[in-house]
Design a protein around this ligand. Structure first.
Ligand code: NDP
Length: 455
C-alpha cells in the first residue's frame, strides 16, 4: 500500500495530535512512523496540561490544610512544611511513567518511533540526521513553543518550560501576561506561598472570556493575595545578584526573585524547510491548511497547535481522528469547532463552553442572562472568603442555551457535562426540567429561574 515509499504516513511530532494520528492510522492497517526530537507526549504531557495540573493540586493543598481547621482538624501552622523539590521530583516520576505509556501505545499499534530532528527534503521525503525516509503522506504535528517579547534582559525571563523544572521556589515572583498560562502559574505560585505579582498590558486579563468571569476571577485572585496589575507591561529586565530588577511601562521599577513570561505560544516549525517546499505560513507564523488539514503541498498535512486553531489538547486529538479517517478511512467528516469546552486551572477554576455574553450580543437578538454568585458549601465551615459564579447565556427567541460559564471549584469537571447538553442543542427549558444533584454547586446550573437581564 505504500507505493514504493518506506511508509504510508510519517508524522513529525509525537505530541497529543501526532501520537493520536499515528496510532489511529496504524490501527487502520497502514505503515506509520513518528519522528520526535524531544519527548513522547509533547507539551501536554511534559511541560503543559499534565504537570501543570499536578502543580495546581499541590498548590491548592496549602489551602485545604488551612480549611481543615473549620472541620475540627488541628493543623498547627508552625508544623506545616512544603518541599518544592519533592513536588518536582514526584511530578517527574509521573511524567516518565506517562512517557513510557505513550511509547507502549505507539509500539503496540505497530508505529515505528524514530528519535531525532526531522527536516523535509521533498514532498515525500524526510531527513533525520543521515537517514532519509519516504512516505505517501507526511503530517506536521510539531506543536508550539512559548514566545517571550523581545525586550532588553529577555534572557533573564523564564517560560512555562523552565518553571516545570525550577530547582527552588523564589520568595517573590512576577508573572507577565494575562492568558491561561499566566493566571494558572500565578495561582500555583501564590498557593505555594510565593509573593506573586501578575502584570497584564490590557485593562482586564483573560481576554476572550466572558466579562463577568474575568472581573469575578480578578476579585478571587486578589483575595488569595495575588497582586494583579493591569494596564502595565515590562520594558526591560536586568539581573542583580539573585534577584531581578524590572522597568515597567508606567516608569516604575520593581525587584523580584523570578520573572516568568506567559505571553503566548508560536508555531514550532523551525528547520522543517516548510516554506522552501511551498507550504504556506500565515503572517502569525501558523501553517496554512484547509478544512481537511491539507497544506499547499498535496502530500503534506498539518494539525494541532501550529495551524492557528485553539491550542488545546482535545482539539488536536479531534483533528487527528478526522485526519486519520480522511487519509486512510472513508474520507468522511470535518472538525467541528463549535461549543469547545475549556477550563483554566486557576484557583478557583474557570470552566466555560459556548459563547460569552459579549459574543452572543454581536450575533444574536434578545438574550436572557442568568447569573448566580454564592459561597460554596465547603466554605461555610472553613470560613474561607471564596465565592463561585455561574452564568447562562440564553437566546430569547429559541430558548437555546448559547453559553455556560463558571468560576468555582471543579468548574472544568462541571462544564464537561454541560458541553454535551449544549452540543445536543439544549434549551433553558431542558435545564429547568433537569433535576439537580443535591447538594452540589453544579445544581445551580439547573435551578437559576429568574433572568438577571432580558434585552
Ligand atoms: P494566551 O494567548 O492565552 O495569552 C497570552 C497573554 O500574553 C495575553 O494576555 C496577551 O495579551 C499577552 N501578551 C501577548 N503578547 C504580549 C506582549 N508582547 N507583551 C505583553 N503581553 C503580551 O497564551 P498563553 O501563553 O497563556 O497560552 C497559550 C495557549 O495555550 C492558550 O491560548 C491556550 O490555548 C493553551 N493553554 C490551555 C490551557 C488549558 O486548557 N487549561 C492551559 C495553558 C495553555 P492580550 O490579551 O492583550 O493579547
Amino acid at each position: 500500500m505504500s507505493d514504493n515509499h518506506d511508509y504510508d504516513l510519517i508524522v513529525i511530532g509525537a505530541g497529543s495530535g501526532g501520537v493520536r494520528l499515528a496510532r489511529m492510522s496504524a490501527q487502520r492497517g497502514v505503515k506509520v512512523a513518528v519522528i520526535e526530537s524531544r519527548y513522547l507526549g509533547g507539551t501536554c504531557v511534559n511541560v503543559g496540561c499534565v504537570p501543570k495540573k499536578l502543580f495546581v493540586y499541590g498548590s491548592h493543598m496549602g489551602e485545604d490544610i488551612e480549611d481543615a481547621g473549620g472541620y475540627g482538624w488541628s493543623v498547627p501552622k508552625d508544623q506545616i512544611r512544603f518541599d518544592w523539590p519533592t513536588l518536582v521530583a514526584n511530578k517527574n516520576t509521573e511524567i516518565e511513567r506517562l512517557n513510557g505509556i505513550y511509547r507502549r501505545l505507539l509500539e503496540g499499534a505497530g508505529v515505528t518511533i524514530i528519535e531525532g530532528t526531522a527536516a523535509l527534503v521533498d514532498p515525500h521525503t524526510v531527513a533525520v540526521g543521515d537517514r532519509k525516509l519516504s512516505a505517501r503522506h507526511i503530517t506536521i504535528a510539531t506543536g508550539s513553543w512559548p514566545v517571550t517579547p523581545d525586550i532588553p534582559g529577555k534572557e533573564c525571563i523564564l517560560t512555562s518550560n523552565e518553571m516545570f523544572y525550577l530547582p527552588q521556589l523564589p520568595r517573590t515572583a512576577v508573572v507577565w501576561g494575562g492568558g491561561y498560562i499566566a493566571v494558572e502559574f500565578a495561582g500555583i505560585l501564590a498557593g505555594l506561598g510565593v509573593e506573586t505579582t501578575l502584570l497584564y498590558r490590557g485593562e482586564l486579563f483573560l481576554r476572550g472570556f466572558d466579562e463577568d468571569i474575568r472581573s469575578f476571577m480578578a476579585d478571587e485572585m486578589r483575595k488569595k493575595g495575588v497582586d494583579l496589575r493591569f494596564g502595565v507591561t515590562i520594558d526591560s529586565v536586568s539581573s542583580e545578584g539573585a534577584s531581578y530588577s524590572i522597568a515597567l511601562s508606567d516608569g516604575s521599577q520593581m525587584t523580584t526573585g523570578l520573572v516568568m513570561a506567559a505571553t503566548g505560544r508560536r508555531a514550532l516549525v523551525d528547520g522543517l524547510n516548510l516554506e522552501e517546499l511551498g507550504v504556506q505560513l500565515s503572517s502569525a507564523g501558523h501553517v496554512v491548511v484547509d478544512d481537511h488539514f491539507q497544506t499547499e503541498v498535496p502530500s503534506i498535512t498539518a494539525l494541532g497547535d501550529l495551524i492557528g486553531t485553539p491550542q488545546l489538547t482535545p482539539v488536536a486529538l479531534g483533528q487527528a481522528m478526522v485526519l486519520s479517517r480522511r487519509l486512510f478511512g472513508d474520507g468522511e467528516g470535518t472538525m467541528d469547532y463549535t461549543c469547545i469546552p475549556t477550563a483554566v486551572f486557576c484557583q478557583p477554576n474557570i470552566g466555560t463552553v459556548g459563547l460569552t455574553e459579549e459574543e452572543a450580543r454581536k450575533s444574536y437578538g434578545k438574550l436572557r442572562i442568568y447569573r448566580t454568585a454564592f459561597k460554596p458549601m465547603k466554605h461555610t465551615l472553613s470560613g474561607r472568603d471564596e465565592r463561585s459564579l455561574m452564568k447562562l447565556v440564553v437566546e430569547d427567541s429559541t430558548d437555546r442555551v448559547l453559553g455556560a460559564h463558571m468560576v468555582g471549584p471543579d468548574a472544568g469537571e462541571i462544564v464537561q457535562g454541560l458541553a454535551v447538553a449544549m452540543k445536543a442543542g439544549a434549551t433553558k427549558a431542558h435545564f429547568d426540567c433537569t433535576l439537580g444533584v443535591h447538594p452540589t454547586s453544579a445544581e445551580e446550573f439547573v435551578t437559576m429561574r429568574e433572568a438577571v437581564s432580558s434585552d
